[in-house]
Structures are given as C-alpha cells and as structure tokens.
Design a protein around this ligand. Structure first.
Ligand code: UN1
Length: 551
C-alpha cells in the first residue's frame, strides 16, 4: 500500500474487495483497484480500462482506480437485476424494510469513517458530509417502517358480493444515476424506496465518487441485501451512464431516476418518453432568495450567505439570484459583504472551521470558471471574487496550500437584471448574483422569472407577504425566513419547470415513483355481474315538500 495513506474505512473497503493494482506503483498513482458489484460479486469490466478517483482538496492523493464499465458490464448488471427481481419482489415488504433498517444501523456504526471518506473523495467539509450521511441514515430509518405499511386500499364495489382492492406493485429494474455533490443521501433517496417497493436496481456511481459508492454498496450487502438486488457499475456519464440509458430503448429498464443537469435530464426524458418508461428527473436550479424590508436582516444575511457559499455553492438548492428590496439594499449588501470577506476556505480534513472546501473535482472547477464569465460579459458589477485560489491570489480567509487542490474564491456580482443571461443561467459553484426589487410584486415576478423552479426562499416578517410568496412562487420547495437549502429526508423534494418533472423524492411521496397501483376485483357471487349495467337502479321517490309546514 505504498504511496497511499489508508483511512480506517479504506481498510474496511480493502477487505471488502479492492486489490493491488501494481506492486510498485509510481508516485501519485493509485495502489489499489476497485470493482463493479454485480450479483453481489466483485466484477471486472470486460476491457479493463480504468479511471482514477482523486481527492480534489489534495490532488496528489489518488484514492483508487475504477473500471470504466463497458456495455457488456452494464448488460451483466441488468441481467443480475432482472434475475433477482422475482424473488425480491415476492419477499414480504416488512422483511425488505428490516434489511433497510440494518443498512441504517450499519451507516451509523461506520458514520465517522464514511464521513472522512466522503470528505476525502469530493472535498466537502466534514460537517456537511456528516449531515449528508445522516440524511442517508434518516432515509433508511424512515423506510424501514414504511415496509410495514406500503398500504393498499379496500374499495367498495357497486355490485353485491364483489370486493375491490388496490395494491402497490414494483416497477421492475430501476436505473439509478446521481451526481457527486450529494453522493450518499441522493442515491439513498432513490434506491431505498425503490428496493422497499420490491424493485431491483442498477446503480451507475458518479465518476467523482466511485469509492464512496463502492463502500455504500458493500454496506448494503452486509445488511443482508440479497445478491443482484442492487448492482453497482462505475464509469463516466458518456460511457456506463449512456449504456444504461440506451438499455431503455432495448426494453431492459423499467424506470430511470436521475439527478444531474437539465440538458442530460431532457435527453433521458425523451428516451423514457418514447418507450413509455417512468422517469424521475431532479435537475438544475437558479434558486431565488428574496429579502424584504421587514426581515430580520442579521438572520437574512446568515441564510443568504450559507445558501450561496455553503458546499462551495455546489448544491442543486444553492442560492442563485439574491433579490433584495431597494429600501434595504445598501444596508443588507454591506452586512453580507462583511461576511463574504471573512470566509474561511480550506481542506476540512486539515483545518477546523472552514465554511467550504475545494470544488467537487477539477471538472467542476473548470465549468465554474467558464460559467462565471457570463456575468462579466453581461456587464454585471463584480463586488468580490478572483476565480481560482492560488498562493499568489488568495482571499485572506484561505487556509492551506492553494495549489494542493482546486479552490475558488467566493464571487458576488451586483447590478444583475432580468434581461441578462447570468440571471437565468445556473452557476454551480461559489457565486451569487444580486438583483434589486422595487416592491413585493416585482420581487415575486423576479423570483419566478428564471427557467428553473427548484427551491426558493423569502425573508420577511410580514405574514401576508410570506403567504403571497408561497402561493405565488412556482417552485418545488420554499423556505420562509430560511435559506434555499436544507430539505429534510421526509418532505417531498424536487422542482418544477426546468428543474425537473415527474414524481417527488423522499417521504411517502416517493413511493409513487417506484410503484404502480394495481386494481384487483374479486367476484364472489359465482356469476358474471356487469359493472355499470347490472347495477340496481334506484328510483327517486316523488315527494311533495310542503315548505309552509316546515316554517
Ligand atoms: C442536491 O443538491 O442534489 O436540501 C440535494 C438540500 C440537501 C439535498 C440537496 N438536503 O440542500
């Protein structure tokens, strides 16, 4: 294991099936190779091509090499999921729930190791990784008992001696594709309800968090999950991910659940649509946050700052347009900029108290630097931010050696108006755009003016304004006197407009996404009774109402 320092979780994962790639690996090359998990077994992709998982906060820390899965590998995963489906869907739902409960308990047991592994693989802070693993645990605990419900209904028949019932049935094999910004909570949001309903899954791990995905899949199997119920394939979107989407056209996938960009989501929606296959699409956002004069400005500054720069702005719920009423604009922006100037940035594995760490990967960093150029092209005024942090170009709050990883300055652009591209474009990274509103109606109009509709928020102490905002906004989620981020694991999650279509994630609502209603009628009369036609006719009784007698 030369050249790589192994965390405790790495040892667990190693025992669970990573192998030495090379005896004498050159410096900064991974010393171990990870595998797909197909039918519960470690599997190699057929041509052996690999890609590295690299710590974006410490680029010389290359964790493990993973397979770039081929079409054959994805097909093998689909075969295993299809083969496992009959027995798993016939397993009593409370038993399925029990296994899910075991997963939650194992996540609790390994929480500290998983938090460190996640922080190391995607550069998110330990605090945020802790919150995220907890979200995965909460999801397991919620669906453990849902396995004891999964209720259907009894429905009264219009005919005598006949009973009607509804049952929830699983859809079949689900293709799961998630992004690396929430690499534990989001795949659990998808796969836990999927398997609770009796489906089986092929999970394409995010290309920037394959090791964490591998560890999570191992834990799922340790919890007692039968082989083939969840099959894990690694690779890139254009490779393994695309093979999985193509399998929809081949009639081999019954559901796709995707979290990622709106462009890819639209493509997936087209493929699923033409095959009449159900899909859940959780896509981008340009989440608005409105500040009204009656708000507690200190509280509002905290919320806006966290929404914009927590997770280095890489949540799909991160703040996009900060819409500030003109009467408090100067005061609010002065307070906000004080906080922005003091932002502590660095690797949370090395330094305490950082607000955010590195970008999720070098690719996220490159895309961010490209997209913020739009702000300047549009003529927005830059209040703060100098692109990538280097030793010669760093904010005072940066800690560590900048060149070790991919770190960004926080960026604030002012003077943004509805006619600018940067008002409408999602910018994944630490950048917010400031927009001035003349009054409440204008603020609400601006909040609805982007093509997205994921999260939204307003700070106000006027109850009527809060009411008018929550009834007038077109978004999947709304915070009142709160930031745009921070959805809980048992409330419906997903957006509208360009942010997504279809059913919700989380809570009881997600069950609709992974089951269909089966209506069953049971004719007990021993004869054919025709619905609508053999129903007794009820004659109305002619009765004269004597109104004068009633008064
Ligand atoms: C995401 O960014 O895809 O509400 C998920 C939140 C988190 C989940 C974000 N609980 O910000």
């Amino acid at each position: 294991m030369e050249g790589i320092e192994l965390d405790c979780i790495m040892v667990h994962v190693l025992e669970a099936g990573l192998t030495f790639l090379e005896a004498n690996n050159p410096k900064n090359r991974p010393s171990v190779k990870g595998f797909n998990i197909i039918n519960g077994q470690l599997a190699e992709s057929s041509d052996g091509a690999t890609f590295d998982s690299r710590n974006p906060a410490l680029l010389r820390d290359v964790l493990v090499a993973f397979h770039l899965s081929t079409k054959e590998a994805v097909d093998a995963a689909l075969d295993a999921a299809h083969a496992a489906f009959p027995a798993w869907s016939a397993t009593p739902a409370p038993t399925r729930g029990q296994i899910i409960g075991n997963m939650g308990r194992l996540l609790m047991e390994h929480k500290d190791d998983l938090v460190r592994l996640q922080a190391r693989e995607i550069g998110k802070t330990l605090k945020e990784c802790g919150g995220e693993i907890q979200e995965a645990i909460d999801t397991c605990l919620f669906f453990q008992s849902e396995g004891r419900r999964l209720y259907g209904q009894t429905v009264n028949s219009e005919l005598p001696d006949k009973e009607l019932f509804t049952y929830r049935r699983p859809l079949g094999v689900c293709g799961i594709i998630n992004a690396c910004n929430f690499p534990s909570a989001v795949p659990f949001w998808k796969m836990i309800p999927a398997i609770m309903c009796g489906n089986t899954c092929v999970w394409k791990s995010p290309q920037d968090s394959p090791l964490l995905s591998f560890a999570l899949a191992r834990i799922m199997h340790q919890a007692g999950l039968p082989d083939g119920v969840i099959n894990l394939v690694h690779g890139k979107g254009s490779g393994a991910g695309q093979h999985l989407i193509n399998a929809v056209d081949e009639g081999r996938v019954n559901k796709i659940s995707f979290t990622g960009s709106t462009a890819v989501g639209k493509m997936i929606g087209e493929v699923c649509g033409r095959n009449l296959v159900s899909c859940s699409l959780e896509l981008g956002g340009k989440n608005p946050l409105v500040i009204m004069p009656s708000a507690n400005l200190e509280n509002a500054v905290e919320g806006a700052y966290w929404a914009g720069f927590g997770t280095a702005g890489q949540r799909c719920t991160s703040l996009g347009n900060l819409i500030i009423h003109k009467d408090i604009y100067d005061e609010f922006v002065a307070k906000l900029m004080d906080k922005v100037h003091s932002t502590r940035i660095g690797d949370s594995l090395e330094h305490e108290g950082v607000l955010y760490g590195s970008m999720l990967s070098e690719k996220y960093a490159k895309d961010f630097l490209e997209v913020i150029q739009i702000c300047e092209q549009d003529g927005a005024t830059k209040l703060y931010g100098e692109g990538r942090i280097t030793s010669d170009n760093k904010p005072s709050g940066f800690v560590g050696t900048a060149e070790d990883g991919v770190y960004m300055w926080p960026h604030v652009y002012a003077g943004v108006t509805e006619d600018m591209r940067c008002f409408h474009e999602e910018m994944v990274g630490p950048a917010i755009t400031l927009v001035t509103a003349d009054d409440f109606d204008h603020a609400l109009h601006l909040a609805n003016a982007s093509p997205y509709g994921l999260s939204s928020a307003i700070y106000t102490n006027d109850r009527l304004e809060a009411y008018r905002f929550k009834t007038g906004i077109k978004a999947g989620m709304t915070g009142i006197n709160n930031s745009t981020t921070g959805a809980e694991a048992h409330l419906p999650f997903r957006g509208d407009k360009g942010s997504g279509k279809g059913t919700r994630e989380s809570g009881i609502w997600v069950i609709e996404a992974y089951s269909y209603w089966h209506a069953v009628n049971d004719e007990l009369s021993g004869k054919l009774q025709l619905a609508q036609m053999d129903v007794d006719e009820i004659e109305m009784v002619e009765a004269e109402v004597r109104w004068d007698e009633l008064v």
